[in-house]
Ligand binder design. Structure first.
Ligand SMILES: [Zn+2]
Length: 461
């Protein structure tokens, strides 16, 4: 799930010179923040097939690529397809991978052809270049990049960070600005459930590893296409606990050229705190609450963390342990809440949570609950970031979610694919923390450990 802010809608409207006909998210941005490549849903607003997944929107980029097209390069590439078997095979593979990537949103769309809806050859250089930036393995797109880049002035020192959690794998690509701040060039999140079953078997499942490696490969190519000079991959909870974690470590090395950082609960907490509180103006001390799939972190601090604790309580773990029915049976929810309360009791002994004046809730559970309570008709980080969620609203959202089936939750317009079945457990943690520790409201933050990873790289902390 890429990003879509209200401001993006306005800018893309200007870039296209018309109303976009298809729902989309932003895959990559230019140095001043305007969308460079968007990802279209496979169906347009009228439900008609829309086979072009990645679309180049930056006007300067569109013009630069149009110049190549006017020089006759589409024809030259198609002549090359006829005579160069290796090139032709590589291009076929590009088309195939493109169809598979589109099918992630809509399985039946796999049969709609490859780049820009074409099955063989080259139809549109813009589509190939957009595919290259999005992380596609695309020889034509890579060739275009060499010819047209840089599109705008850019600063050196771009970095990319990947946060591998139990549930999701996330990417950020950032260009440095002054005082440790940065311009985001890409931000993405895909749920692959790497940690599925690790709690029971102690091992990462082959299917989960393959799903995750495929996403990581695309992330790494996108980071390189955006000229990140370094890619950092950090893994938390589930990977930390898996016996066969070296299999994932090998994949990371092969795909990114970097060694996987398996970070401790303490590092995870400090990074979360850094990302969540950078530039934050609210009464401190802050208590940063990071509800993950496999673990939940609590960090208390002012400018820097003072105390932190990481628990083995997460939305995926609790769902696997307690939930057998859909929707969850009242008794299952009661057992789950009892378990959460047990964890929270331990935490009180380790972190002086009562000192905190502001609860800062980060990560997908809290931001999704806030999106629901704000009644958003799509997930808009701009409308969620650093807004207040009252305890009453959180409780109401939990009640509503707990009454729905997984398909019903999954169908909510703000729900990320793959979160619908575990959000109840995550929301139960959020509500229990607010109740037990006496917070009437929480400040919900879109910035978290992922931003913390990037800030560390940019500032050399
Ligand atoms: Zn641009």
């Amino acid at each position: 799930m890429g990003e879509l802010r209200t401001s993006d809608l306005r800018i893309v409207r200007e870039q296209l010179g018309r109303e976009p006909t298809t729902p989309f998210t932003v895959v990559a941005r230019c140095p001043d923040g305007h969308p460079l490549v968007i990802r279209n849903r496979p169906l347009d607003a009228n439900g008609e097939p829309f086979p072009t997944l990645f679309w180049l929107t930056c006007r300067d980029a569109v013009r630069a690529v149009a110049r190549l097209e006017s020089q006759g390069w589409i024809g030259r590439f198609n002549e090359r397809v006829e005579v160069d078997e290796e090139f032709s095979r590589a291009l076929e593979q590009t088309h195939r991978e493109y169809a598979v990537e589109r099918a992630r949103d809509l399985p039946e769309s796999e049969g709609w052809g490859g780049v820009g809806g074409t099955r063989t050859g080259v139809k549109c250089l813009h589509a190939h270049y957009a595919n290259h930036i999005a992380g596609g393995n695309d020889p034509v797109g890579a060739w275009v990049a060499q010819r047209v880049e840089p599109i705008h002035d850019e600063r050196a020192g771009r970095v990319a960070a990947v946060d591998q959690g139990t549930n999701s794998i996330r990417l950020i690509v950032a260009e440095p600005r002054d005082r440790g701040e940065f311009q985001e060039l890409a931000r993405d999140m895909i749920i692959t459930r790497l940690g599925q079953g690790v709690d029971e078997t102690g091992r990462i499942e082959p299917g989960a590893l393959e799903r995750t490696a495929r996403v990581l490969a695309r992330y790494a190519r996108r980071a390189r296409a955006l000229r990140a000079e370094r890619i950092r991959v950090a893994a938390t909870s589930a990977v930390r606990d898996a016996d066969n974690r070296e299999e994932f470590e090998r994949a990371v090395r092969d795909l990114t050229g970097s060694d996987l950082e398996v970070i401790t609960g303490e590092q995870e907490a400090a990074l979360s705190f850094l990302g969540a509180t950078v530039g934050l103006e609210a009464p401190s001390p802050f208590l940063v609450l990071d509800i993950g799939g496999g673990s939940t972190e609590f960090v208390l601090g002012n400018e820097e963390p003072i105390a932190s604790v990481s628990t083995q309580m997460g939305s995926v773990r609790l769902t696997e342990r307690f939930v057998r029915h859909d929707p969850p049976a009242p008794e299952e929810l009661r057992q789950l809440e009892l378990a959460v309360d047990g964890f929270l009791e331990e935490i009180e002994g380790e972190v002086p949570v009562g000192d905190a004046r502001t609860l800062v809730a980060v990560a997908g559970t809290a931001t999704t609950v806030q999106a629901i309570s704000l009644g958003l008709d799509r997930y808009d980080p701009e409308q969620i970031h650093r807004t207040w969620l009252s305890r009453g609203e959180a409780e109401r959202a939990l009640l509503d979610l707990a009454r729905m089936t997984t398909p019903e939750r999954t169908a909510l317009p703000v729900m990320a694919p793959g979160r619908g079945d575990v959000i109840v457990a995550g929301a139960a943690i959020l509500v229990a923390v607010m109740r037990r520790f006496g917070f009437d409201r929480a400040l919900v933050s879109e910035t978290d450990i992922l931003d913390g990873l990037a800030i560390e790289m940019l500032t050399g902390r």
